[in-house]
Design a protein around this ligand. Structure first.
Ligand code: PLP
Length: 380
């Protein structure tokens, strides 16, 4: 099998699974309990929080564990709205549904949300952003840092500068970041960031919310005093320890992993080109500021669903848009948002690479895709 859906979920290595099993066995007690096993669990949680913070370039008092990145994103958006119901929230049209639907909820509660249109590469036009910041009292700007469908990486510094100028908080959905880049949160100097462990070879069930200041957002989940009293509920210690281990693996291996991914992505694109078929790379070009791991390919006049089905039969796993959309049969809002031409949009699919594929794998994938196009089996 050639698995090219790492932007949906990555696979934990055996060591990470072992670390989680050991944590389940050795730190079984509730981290809030006062007896020795509880204290041991609490200490282990503190160590994990400190290490995760360090890997993300910040300190442990800024790290809050959630169940998913979706929950972290919802916490920032709804938590800001609950705190400042009269102020405006700004987002973009190429966000993950976690952001778009949290914003939809805010609107349904009477809140004011402005969704800006990104440009054809998935970037936010700064003049548009400034105009809206100038015209409204904005509490929050929430943007996707590394686009999960296109690979676009936004330029944070000028956006952050504008947010500071107009006293708006900046949240970045950084879910696709840590598997491919060392994230330096304190250096970025943003207000919030969201992450999910299963996107960087950790387990599902662990999200991370980075927050600069505790008093800028309201809690969504009330109960015990866990997580800086901002997110109640007994912590998923084994998952958090798995997250720590997986993030550490990324942190230490990222340079060699990224070099492999870039080389494999290049050979894939070259092989596809050599086949003389009509396709386009949706979103940023390969040399733009982007994740080389996410390639959104549009095949002219093809049906990507049929192609994905046939690729699956050939042992090649890809995705149409983002995984969360795959039961809904309509062009992804992101591809629509960046205005992918009509002839290519239905023939678009996302490949998301890891360091584990070989050059031979990528050549095979490109040639299999080209053969499917040439055979006419996937024609719309
Ligand atoms: N944001 C981005 C950019 C994503 O890629 C995803 C998952 O696909 C999410 C948010 C939501 O993550 P989760 O489903 O783990 O909560």
């Amino acid at each position: 099998m050639i698995y090219l859906d790492h932007a949906a979920t990555t696979k934990s290595d055996e060591e990470t699974i072992q670390v989680m099993n050991d944590a389940t066995r050795n730190f079984f007690a509730n981290p809030s309990s006062l007896h020795d096993p509880g204290i041991a669990a609490r200490k282990r949680l503190n160590v994990a929080r400190r290490n995760i913070a360090r890997y993300l370039g910040t300190e442990k008092q800024h790290i809050l564990f959630t169940g998913t990145a979706t929950e972290a994103i919802n916490t920032v958006i709804k938590g800001t709205f609950f705190k400042h119901p009269k102020k405006t929230i700004i987002t973009s049209n190429v966000e993950h549904n976690a952001t778009l639907n949290a914003c939809k909820f805010v609107k349904a509660q009477g809140g004011h949300v402005i969704t800006l249109e990104s440009d054809a590469t998935g970037n936010m036009p700064l003049d548009e952003l400034e105009k809206v910041l100038n015209d409204h009292t904005v509490s929050l700007v929430s943007l996707i840092y590394a686009n999960n469908e296109l690979g676009t990486i936004i330029d944070v510094a000028p956006i952050n500068e504008l947010c500071k100028k107009y006293q708006a908080k900046l949240h970045l959905d950084m879910v696709q970041g840590p598997a491919h880049q060392r994230i330096k949160l304190d250096e970025l100097d943003i207000d919030y960031a969201s992450f999910a462990a299963h996107k960087f070879y950790g387990p599902r069930g662990v999200g991370i919310l980075y927050f600069k200041a505790k008093d800028t957002f309201d809690s969504l989940i009330h109960g015990g005093r866990q997580e800086h009293q901002k997110r109640a509920g007994t912590e998923n210690l084994a998952g958090i320890v798995g997250c720590e281990h997986a993030l550490g693996r990324c942190y230490h291996n990222i340079d060699t992993w990224e070099a492999t991914i870039r080389a494999n992505a290049e050979i894939f694109l070259e092989t596809l080109k050599k086949n003389n078929i009509d396709f386009r790379l949706n979103g940023p070009s390969f040399s733009d500021k982007r994740l080389p791991s996410i390639l959104n390919i549009g095949f002219k006049d093809q049906d990507a669903q049929i192609m994905a089905f046939k690729l699956n039969e050939a042992g090649i796993c890809v995705s149409l848009g983002s995984a969360c959309h795959s039961e809904v049969i309509e062009a992804s809002h992101v591809l629509q948002g960046i205005r992918v031409p009509e002839a290519y949009i239905d023939g678009s699919m996302r490949l998301s690479l890891s360091h584990e594929e070989t050059k031979t794998d990528m050549i095979k994938v490109a040639n299999t895709m080209a053969e499917l196009v040439k055979s006419g089996e996937c024609k719309k």
